[in-house]
Design a protein. Structure first.
Length: 222
């Protein structure tokens, strides 16, 4: 791992922590009915990590451990389920959009970390077919956010002018699931994202991100 990569890694940790912990409304009134003990603890926790010294110290700590882990063996393929964004937003009295935005930020951080320690494939269960039962407004929000964030990531993977390209270069993005549920406009944008990140030379592929959307394992069984 080059010194430049380590520096970028630290800056990434710092940038993510800054967005994650400083863009939350920490002010709460204990007289308001929605404030619970859990709500107050969450906000105090975020307030603590928003402090400049604590935030930078945490970024250094994360960078240190990622560098250590990068020298050891790593699993080839990791997978995880993106869940809890709505509950988290509710716990800090924020709109659902804020919860999903912070969830997408966490996804970017996980991709960054996984690639750094040597993971080759990452599967993300991002959107279940059952999620279409949610309100039309929330589904539209999730689809819009998905396309926006994947487009941003695709540019990080392919545009050498972007600083983070050093980290994300060699990354492919693949969408897995029953795309017949998606609107034509969404499918067209997904096709474009997959196309610009496809690497024809297999030897140049360093990392593949699989986004499961919309996906339900039961459909694979039937």
């Amino acid at each position: 791992m080059t010194l430049n990569y380590k520096y970028l890694l630290y800056n990434h940790c710092k940038a993510v922590n800054s967005v994650k912990y400083k863009n939350i409304d920490y002010v709460f009134d204990i007289k308001k009915p929605y404030v619970t003990t859990t709500n107050a603890i969450h906000k105090l926790y975020y307030y603590f990590f928003s402090m400049f010294f604590i935030s930078n110290l945490m970024s250094l700590f994360q960078t240190f451990w990622l560098i250590i882990l990068s020298y050891g063996s790593a699993p080839k393929h990791l997978s995880f389920i993106m869940d809890g964004n709505r509950r988290f937003a509710k716990s800090i009295n924020q709109p659902l959009k804020k919860g999903h935005e912070l969830g997408s930020l966490t996804l970017l951080q996980i991709i960054y970390f996984a690639k750094t320690i040597g993971v080759k494939d990452l599967s993300v269960y991002a959107f279940s077919i059952e999620n279409f039962n949610r309100s039309e407004k929330e589904v539209e929000l999730l689809m819009s956010l998905l396309v926006t964030k994947l487009t941003e990531l695709a540019h990080k993977c392919t545009d050498e002018k972007i600083v983070d390209n050093v980290v994300f270069s060699g990354t492919q993005i693949k969408i897995v699931g029953d795309r017949s549920y998606l609107a034509d406009t969404i499918n067209a944008k997904i096709d474009e994202i997959e196309k610009i990140t496809t690497i024809k030379n297999e030897a140049a592929i360093e990392f593949t991100l699989y986004i499961c959307c919309p996906y339900t394992s039961r459909n694979e069984i039937y």
